[in-house]
Design a binder for this molecule. Structure first.
Ligand code: GLU
Length: 505
């Protein structure tokens, strides 16, 4: 007998941020794992803006989220700009859908109208507090509170007609074992009596996160909900909502937290400030200005590669990976549940590797975007210079510090280097450099000629090299000395030496 197995390969995942400020890298990591999972399984990656809480919305946050995702190459297949049967993709534009769905839930007896005023609820809370208890609106007291379960249907109809302020609450079942499944953490059982009758629709007619989120995931045919661990406590409620609607549940995976470098607490802006690193992908130009990794000279590919290792690890021996390579290797089932400490040094290490992998032209564009002095240099020469120093750079910004002397005379000379070179013969070395600059046709043999001259005059090669370097660079670091000379040319070598002589001899 032929057995026909239907395998649904269609995967739909969503990243569902609330536009309440700049996107933290924790959120970016969630977006990345959703993206990797979608691309790996030839599914769709959807961006949904959860903007029902207008009080918490911050201007510019949605644009920031889109810009940050684009910068990282984590580009959604569907999002606020997409026209599709699954849209709109902003929750604030989906009220008609929530209004329709909430009516179904009330009609089926899984949700009810509650007319208790803020003041009444506050006084119940107070009374409980006095007794050392916590007020929970649920099976234990709902029949003695002011709602459509305790009031007669006539009273309820009148109140609704009069426009009495009300919310819609979920009727959490009593004493039901809710078995939740998380792809990363496995099964767990929760007794529904511990839950409160969560508000689904607020008094202003807008849905709460829980309600809108579940309705949208269902209507947008989301197959896998991949989100941060902070939503794990809501999972039982979400399961009950799916069951109340009679909808098929998506699979759930709650990603581990990204922790502060010391492993204590969720990675915060404050600990970034203390450690000298940002916690946002790109700069935020809100009331408070914040720098992102981009402004620190981190490449998107470096950031993405590092973020992918927070909670997941590619197979051994393959650490430096592009987004495409990460996609190929990604396995949701090998994401771990333990929190991952953020390590800026490690990020720099990845960034260093990615700097070696990308073209010099690309690095020049990035550098010129970030550094005003770099904008003033000739692009072709800057490209050559970048190629000469990039093996020493951890960030794009560091490139400038490593190559600035190839374009500009030293602004100052490092004291330690001066001490080392201020010895007998310093004036002679400088004179010889200047004279060679006039006699030689090309710069390529300047160092060799200087060394020969040193041999004849009893001045060691070490002393000659150190002096020439300090004179040209302002210190004793930098790339191969002859390469510096060849790059800046004889006229500049001569000029820099003259300036040095004037200042220090
Ligand atoms: N709007 C929620 C947030 O910003 C989404 C949580 C979820 O993915 O379900 O975290």
């Amino acid at each position: 007998m032929i057995k026909i197995i239907f395998i649904n390969i269609l995967r739909r995942v969503r990243f569902a941020p609330s536009p309440t400020g700049p996107l933290h890298i924790g959120g970016l990591r969630t977006a990345l794992f959703n993206y990797l999972f979608a691309k790996k399984t030839e599914g769709s990656f959807i961006l949904r803006i959860e903007d029902t809480d207008k009080k918490r919305e911050v201007a510019g946050a949605e644009k920031y989220i889109v810009d940050a995702l684009n910068w990282c190459g984590i580009v959604p297949d569907e999002g606020p700009e997409t026209k599709s049967p699954f849209g709109p993709y902003r929750q604030s534009e989906r009220s008609h859908l929530y209004n329709k769905e909430i009516k179904k839930l009330v009609a089926a007896g899984h949700a009810y109208y509650a007319f208790d005023s803020e003041e009444e609820l506050a006084s119940y809370r107070n009374e409980c507090e006095k007794k050392g208890e916590t007020f929970i609106y649920n099976y234990s007291n709902r029949l003695s509170l002011k709602n459509s379960l305790s009031l007669s249907s006539g009273e309820v109809a009148d109140l609704l007609e009069e426009g009495e302020k009300h919310v819609v609450r979920f009727l959490a079942p009593k004493d039901k074992t809710v078995k939740t499944i998380d792809l990363i953490r496995g099964e767990s059982n929760i007794n529904s009596s511990l839950l409160d009758d969560k508000i689904l629709m607020k008094a202003d007619g807008t849905p709460t996160y829980h309600f809108a989120n579940v309705v949208d995931d269902h209507l947008m045919k989301i197959t896998h909900v991949i989100r941060g661990e902070e939503w794990l406590p809501s999972l039982a409620l979400h399961f009950l909502l799916y069951e109340a609607f009679g909808w098929k549940k998506p699979s759930f995976a709650h990603l581990p937290l990204i922790l502060n470098p010391n492993g204590k607490g969720k990675l915060s802006k404050r600990s970034g400030e203390k450690g000298g690193f940002p916690v946002f992908p790109i700069k935020w130009e809100g009331e408070v200005k914040l720098e992102g990794f981009k402004e620190h000279g981190v490449l998107p590919s470096g950031l993405v590669n590092y973020l992918a290792t927070l909670g997941w690890s590619p197979k051994e021996g393959s650490e430096v990976l592009s987004l495409e390579e990460l996609t190929e290797m990604f396995q949701l089932k090998s994401v771990v549940s333990a929190g991952a400490n953020f390590d800026f040094e490690k990020l720099n290490w990845y960034n260093h590797k990615h700097i070696q992998d990308v073209s010099n032209e690309y690095l020049v564009d990035e550098l010129q975007n970030l550094n005003i002095s770099a904008q003033k240099t000739n692009k072709e020469r800057l490209t050559e210079a970048v190629g000469m120093v990039k093996e020493r750079a951890n960030t794009v910004l560091e490139l400038w510090g490593l190559l600035e002397y190839l374009f500009f005379e030293p602004r100052k000379y490092d004291d330690k280097s001066l001490k080392k070179i201020k010895k007998d013969g310093l004036d002679k070395i400088c004179s010889e450099i200047i004279s060679l600059c006039h006699s030689l046709e090309k710069p390529d043999s300047l160092i060799e000629n200087l060394k020969l001259w040193g041999d004849e005059n009893g001045i060691g090669a070490g002393q000659i090299m150190m002096t020439t370097r300090a004179v040209l660079v302002g210190g004793l670091s930098g790339i191969d000395l002859q390469k510096i000379v060849s790059f800046i040319g004889l006229a500049s070598v001569s000029q820099r030496t003259k300036v040095f002589v004037e200042k220090h001899i």
